[in-house]
Design a protein around this ligand. Structure first.
Ligand code: PGA
Length: 254
């Protein structure tokens, strides 16, 4: 892994409705990714589709991600899925602390435990951080800082190069609103500053930071160009085959 990698991660959430649609979408991403072999493309599909998608993913440069894991390896946790299980289906990374899960009650402490379990099971953590609102007093910086600090103890110093921080301002998710390129760049620098202060400069520079929140085929190229972000976490647009392909292409042209 290298800091110059550009990531495009599709977060399908609880979509699409059928496995047939999932296969079509995945195949399209695979085709687009083939043309842009320098871009790291991953798809976070619903668990039930993962086994079938693993077969399609074989030999392609699209990897499988999970949308969540439980914070333990096995046990009496009805309805949960563990990192250990996902690993057996070729899943390589996992979104942790998405705002939709935080809104459903997932705490910073749980998120830290999940990061630990992800590392133990060789899943690369994609850690979501971001403020719910932009206030005029810039309190949102403290929100993001607190979210980072809360998980730092679960990341050994030597493993920062394996994690991805996805800065996703919650107000920009699924709303069609995006933070301005200047604001996104400022936040990227701020995240690096927090990591520099809390860990060290070298580690900060090795950590991958991507943007999420209403990324689409029309804004992807300019966000990448103007913010220094190393890619995207894409929700809605990852469900539109052509749009997701265009985002992968924009990432390849960076
Ligand atoms: P969006 O979702 O692209 O639909 O805004 C992003 C996300 O939730 O990761």
């Amino acid at each position: 892994m290298h800091t110059s990698d550009i990531w495009v991660i599709g977060n399908w959430k609880m979509n699409p409705a059928t496995i047939a649609d999932a296969k079509v979408l995945f195949n399209s991403a695979k085709k687009a990714a083939k043309q842009q072999s320098q871009v790291k493309v991953a798809i976070a599909a619903p668990y039930v589709y993962v086994s079938d998608l693993q077969k399609i993913a074989k030999g392609s440069n699209v990897s499988l991600a999970a949308q969540n894991i439980h914070e333990t390896a096995l046990g009496a946790h009805t309805g949960e899925v563990s990192a250990l299980m996902l690993r057996q289906y070729g899943v390589e990374s996992v979104i942790i602390g998405h705002s939709e899960r935080r809104a459903a009650g997932e705490t910073d402490a749980k998120i830290a435990e999940k990061i630990t379990v992800a590392f133990k099971n060789k899943l690369q953590p994609i850690i979501c951080i971001g403020e719910t609102a932009r206030d005029n007093d810039a309190e949102f910086y403290s929100v993001v800082e607190a979210q980072i600090k809360a998980v730092l103890s679960s990341i050994p110093k030597t493993r920062f190069k394996e994690i991805i921080f996805a800065y996703e301002p919650v107000w920009a998710i699924g709303t069609g609103l995006t933070a301005s390129p200047a604001d996104i760049e400022e936040m990227r620098l701020y995240i690096q500053k927090v990591l520099t202060n809390e860990v060290n400069r070298q580690t900060a520079l090795k950590t991958t930071i991507i943007y999420g929140g209403s990324v689409n085929k029309d804004n992807a190229a300019s966000i990448l160009k103007e913010t220094g972000m190393q890619g995207f976490l894409v929700g809605g647009a990852s469900l539109k085959a052509n749009d997701f392909a265009a985002i992968i292409e924009a990432a390849g042209n960076k």
